[in-house]
Design a protein around this ligand. Structure first.
Ligand SMILES: *Cc1c(COP(=O)(O)O)cnc(C)c1O
Length: 234
């Protein structure tokens, strides 16, 4: 069941990449596992390992948790199997707990948080600057106008490596609206790289409902939850 859903998502990624004249291997898959029991996450990782045995061109799925509490709960079972990313907001009092299990923080949205991470991280930590491209006030992330300056300031801190940008796309039925938000994230990424932060190549964008649009605009990492795990209870 989960293997079939995962295969279907892999196929969607490959079709979308080829349609955009891109190599499917440029687009990694992160499983967004919020609210999912760790047993199901382990099933997904086992299915992924089998798929990769059949097709060595595939790269391993990553795991993304939204809440530090869930990261801490599932971390011991998942550590060492694949990289764990934090993809939800991080409060300053949870920095140590997040650093214990996550190898990447995709939800960096302030210099204050970056300074705390920089002070506590024991080695180079990958971070993505989260940008609110849609302007919807329920969404996290810096406003687009602040992204380049924040990325530059974060890149200057010890122990942090700005790996790219992350966004949650617009909640819109209109694909042109969603796509223009993703194009904006790509433009910001290009500006950040051109201004000297050459590590910032990744674009984490696209979810179950719109990963094709994100891949068309250059996503290098898509974050998929419900298309693999089914609808969430909450
Ligand atoms: C839940 C979530 C996803 C995945 O969403 P689906 O629509 O279930 O694929 C991706 N990114 C973030 C930040 C999320 O919270």
């Amino acid at each position: 069941m989960i293997a079939e859903r995962l295969a279907r998502v892999r196929e969607r990624v490959a079709v979308a990449a080829r349609a955009a004249d891109r190599d499917p291997a440029e687009v990694r898959l992160l499983l967004a596992t919020k609210t999912q029991p760790v047993e199901l996450v382990l099933d997904a990782l086992a299915a992924d390992a089998r798929a990769r045995a059949d097709d060595p061109t595939l790269s391993a799925v990553l795991i993304g948790e939204n809440r530090v509490q869930e990261l801490v709960a599932k971390g011991p079972s998942l550590a060492g199997l694949t990289a764990l990313h934090l993809i939800g907001p991080l409060q300053s009092n949870k920095v140590n707990a997040a650093l214990r299990w996550a190898s990447c923080i995709e939800s960096l949205e302030s210099l204050d948080l970056a300074e705390r991470l920089s002070a506590r991280a024991s080695g180079p930590l990958d971070v993505y600057v989260q940008v609110n491209v849609s302007g919807e006030d329920t969404k996290h992330g810096v406003v687009p106008d602040e992204a380049v300056a924040l990325a530059g300031a974060v890149a200057a801190l010890p122990n942090l490596r700005v790996a790219g940008l992350m966004t949650v796309g617009a909640r819109s039925e209109d694909p042109t609206v969603v796509r223009s938000g993703y194009a904006l994230l790509r433009d910001l990424r290009d500006e950040i790289v051109a201004s000297g932060t050459q590590t910032a190549t990744e674009l984490s964008m696209g979810m179950s409902g719109d990963l094709e649009l994100a891949i068309a605009e250059g996503a290098t990492l898509v974050r998929v939850g419900s298309a693999v795990f089914g609808a969430r209870a909450t």
